[in-house]
Write a new protein. Structure first.
Length: 550
């Protein structure tokens, strides 16, 4: 027991406390590593509204789910094995709602006492929120905001202003395609009355306009051009590879597409062609008759004809009129033609065809041979018919025989990618574990090992089994001149003199120990003299040493 206490005193309580502290730190690091290995964290939700993030964390606390908040508070991590169940639990509570207000704004609000302005404002807010939720559910969309402009038609206004919309979306590393942007425009236009798709402007989080105005029209034209080129290229490649083999043809198509929408109205008159429009015929006949008149005034002349008697003379007069009218109409033809955008104005097709490579008996590629001119001409003729070659448009087709580069197969097995099957979370977790392991190793080699090594003695136990002399940690010369040796177990004994055979090694060590002891004695004497002369300064120095060691 005394030896153990002496060893502790010789080792130093400050150094022992430092070693224990380092051991506790290493144990904590290893515990953190194993805890992280046992409970890996996975992403639950990211880019949350801060108010909604607080609501979600409150629900997680009530459910007893352990979570971790990262970033600015908008990212929540949970253990990987409870991600699905946690999302189902939050979905049952209507979370997350993406921080927007939908049609639920009308559930608890009473319409009694609300003005028309408040009702219209709530309707606009609900419509914006519902559109934001729908767009946010699309693939590749991380965040979305929708702003609607719904002008109100004023009294006596002939034409009302058309509504418009602005959509701000947050995307990942890949920019959305023109089809996706056009789908967002059509979605908003179909949800708002009297809104057209070209009045919907879409921008991303980098303040880049994805649609709307001239930029949107140019993007649509490029998309239509690319679609036509890809369709023709796929058609030609399928045809050629069916003749020469898979991978033996390269096709490049350049198309000049007319994106103008033209409406043609034509009206023609044919002066030679006459058509009876209307025809009318009228026939009139009249007949008049009267008695003879001698020119003398008499009673017989004033008597009506029926009552007159006598042999007086009579005359008669008859007339007729006939009229026919025929109206003719000049023949006329009217034609209205609408030419939709997408017509091909000019087409250029370039096709490269590989030659023929014979296969040897050992299965390796043999000599290369170009294709014949007849075969190349036959391929070109088929391509002309397939793409609808038109000389008047200025179409061009070029088919060439080119030797394709061949990649030599080493015959080995291609190793799979080391990152195959690991997602971003796994890579980040592996990086964290690697950093923790490196810190632990550095603490062991650069902190714990020097402290542990410094407490050992300067002597080493010799080899040779039981006959080897015990390891001597220190040889001291006492003030009375007596030489003492301190063993590894802390026991002190008087140093034995060398044997008669005169061991040179032991003698040299004894002489060095004697010199070391004399130096230590003189040093101790000087220290004691300094302490006696300056007691206050000595106490201050000892206190500072104790403070450093503890």
């Amino acid at each position: 027991m005394n030896g153990f206490v002496a060893a502790l005193q010789r080792f130093g309580f400050g150094r022992l406390a430092a070693i224990l502290g380092i051991a506790a730190g290493l144990a904590a690091v290893m515990a953190a590593i194993f805890m992280n290995l046992g409970q890996p964290k996975a992403l639950l939700y990211s880019n949350l509204d801060l108010k909604e993030a607080g609501t979600i964390t409150q629900a997680l606390d009530q459910a007893g789910v352990k979570y971790e908040v990262k970033g600015d508070g908008s990212t929540i991590m949970v253990p990987r094995d409870v991600v699905a169940s946690t999302r189902l639990m939050l979905s049952g509570k209507g979370l997350p709602t993406a921080g927007s207000v939908g049609y639920e704004i009308f559930d608890n609000a009473s319409a009694l006492g609300q003005t028309d302005f408040v009702q219209q404002l709530n309707r606009q807010r609900a419509l914006e929120g519902e559109l934001g939720r729908t767009i946010g559910a699309l693939d590749g969309i991380t965040s979305v905001r929708v702003h609607l402009v719904l002008p109100k038609r004023q009294l006596f206004e002939e034409e009302a202003e058309l509504p418009s919309a602005a959509v701000s979306i947050g995307v990942g590393g890949r920019e959305p395609t023109a089809d996706q942007v056009r789908a967002i425009q059509n979605l908003v236009a179909g949800s708002v009355p009297s809104m057209k798709a070209d009045r919907v402007t879409v921008v991303d989080q980098h303040a880049k306009t994805l649609s709307g105005g001239e930029t949107g029209m140019a993007a649509e034209a490029d998309s239509r051009k690319s679609e036509v080129e890809q369709r023709i290229a796929k058609q030609v490649k399928t045809l050629v590879e069916g003749m020469v083999g898979i991978g033996k043809a390269r096709v490049n198509v350049s198309a000049d597409v007319d994106m103008a929408r033209v409406t043609v109205q034509e009206e023609k008159y044919d002066p030679d062609g006459q058509v009876i429009r209307s025809e009318s015929t009228s026939d009139e006949n009249s007949k008049e008759s009267g008695g003879g008149d001698s020119g003398q005034a008499s009673v017989a002349a004033n008597i009506p004809p029926g009552a007159a008697t006598g042999d007086g003379g009579s005359n008669s007069n008859s007339t007729g009129h006939q009229e026919s009218t025929t109206n003719y109409e000049i023949s006329k033809s009217m034609r209205t033609e609408v030419q939709e955008p997408g017509a091909i104005k000019r087409l250029s097709v370039a096709v490269a065809v590989d030659g023929v490579t014979a296969i040897g008996k050992d299965g390796k590629p043999g000599a290369y041979a170009p294709r014949s001119a007849e075969e190349m001409q036959r391929i070109e003729d088929l391509i002309r018919v397939s793409v609808g070659f038109n000389t008047e448009r200025g179409d061009q087709i070029s088919v060439k025989n080119v030797k394709f580069p061949v990649v030599e197969d080493s015959g080995g097995v291609t190793a799979a990618s080391p990152l195959m099957g690991f997602d971003k979370n796994d890579i980040m977790r592996a990086a964290e574990l690697g950093v923790l392991a490196i810190v632990g190793i550095l603490m062991i080699f650069f902190v714990a090992r020097p402290l542990l090594g410094g407490g050992g003695g300067g002597g080493k136990q010799g080899k040779g089994g039981a006959n080897a002399p015990p390891a001597v940690t220190r040889i001291m010369v006492m003030p009375d001149g007596q030489q003492m040796q301190i063993a590894a177990d802390g026991s002190m004994s008087q140093l034995a003199l060398p044997g008669p055979d005169g061991n040179t090694d032991i003698t040299q060590r004894m002489e060095m120990a004697r010199v070391d002891g004399q130096v230590r004695v003189s040093t101790v004497r000087k220290v004691s003299e300094f302490v006696a002369a300056h007691p206050d300064e000595s106490v201050a120095i000892l206190r500072s040493w104790l403070h450093e060691t503890t």
